[in-house]
Ligand binder design. Sequence first.
Ligand SMILES: Cc1ncc(COP(=O)(O)O)c(C=O)c1O
Length: 409
Amino acid sequence: MKAKHDVIPPFEQRNNELVVGGLTTTQIKQMLGSTPFYAYDRKLLSDKVTQLKSALPESISLHYAVKANPYPPLVNFMKPLVDGFDVASKKEMLLAIQSGMPPEEISFAGPGKTEDDISASIIAGITLHAESATEISRATKLGKSLGIKPNIAIRVNPAFELKASGMKMAGGAKPFGIDQELLPDIIGQMDFDSVKFRGFHIFAGSQNLNIDAIIEMHQKTFALAEELVAMTPVNIDYVNIGGGLGIPYFPGEKRIQLEEISDNLAQLIARHKGLAGIELIMELGRYFVGEAGVYICEVVDIKESRGTQYAVCDGGLHHHLSNSGNFGQVIRKNYPVAVANKLEVEEEHLTKTNVVGPLCTPLDIIADKMMLPTIEIGDLIAVFQSGAYGASASPQNFLSQPELKEILL
Ligand SMILES: Cc1ncc(COP(=O)(O)O)c(C=O)c1O
């Protein structure tokens, strides 16, 4: 029997070596000049978006949450595949605009927007997802002084949460969005003549693999959206129903089956007549890009310490914080890791291995006691499921290690 990782995405292989975008990892290393690097596979990216599009009801629009991976070539590649972008900062907004995405399809969510963020968004013509009453009045005032009506939607902090979620972004006290119970007053006081009011953004959580929890969230989201639409005195363009679809990272986790989610959405669309004619947007980051990226580093040393063998690599936590277990995980688990140039090996040739990075901290773990082929200096280590929250979510300057590279192939 060959060694199989249950959640490795469908990358190609050549001579037992991992292939990204037609090149082996060794070729990519030669082309870039060195490791470590992230490589993103165009075909896996576009396949993922196409598959989701064809699985969901046709009327649902898909937006990419740029925060998951803001690598500019990747953002540009995503532009024609999706219907819009969600950005979380002015820098991401500038990136989104330069991709050619029409401003009316770009939304800017996230608490703590400064006057500079808001003015830039108004000038650019994108939609601000207001996270507080202060942001609404700030945008209204700045719009008047700029002589441009600001596009505003309200990000709602619903009373419900996305159960069994990797990251809960709603329900209870949260810095995100405006509490649902405050909205009758806030909507009642809004100066609708001075803004272009576009709609509502109801984002309850992310990284969820539980179909029942997602279905329940959609039911509650549609019901809340219909209530909000009924209390709004102007016609709105859209309701962003959030995202939440996760990807498998750890042993035992499985890819989400979309049929039930999609059937439920179709029923909700048919049932909630109050939302007729309003665009419904689903906003996803990691679901689109997470499986299309792999992190590659090279083994530079192999050493033994009191009976335990360590393969020491030229990359680690500073490039891939989430793989080290320090990006929100309570208990560290191994990402799917493989030796990129020894992808499939007979099971009897696997040994329990510790793969670590070069940083002087016990936190710098790449694979902990994982069954891997015998590792030699010069081997390339691949960390799969690394296309989202990788390079941009890691402390790259920590210990001033050599620069990380990224490539879209
Ligand atoms: C408002 C908003 N949109 C989108 C996302 C992206 O989530 P994911 O990458 O898990 O799809 C997040 C994640 O925190 C978010 O807060």
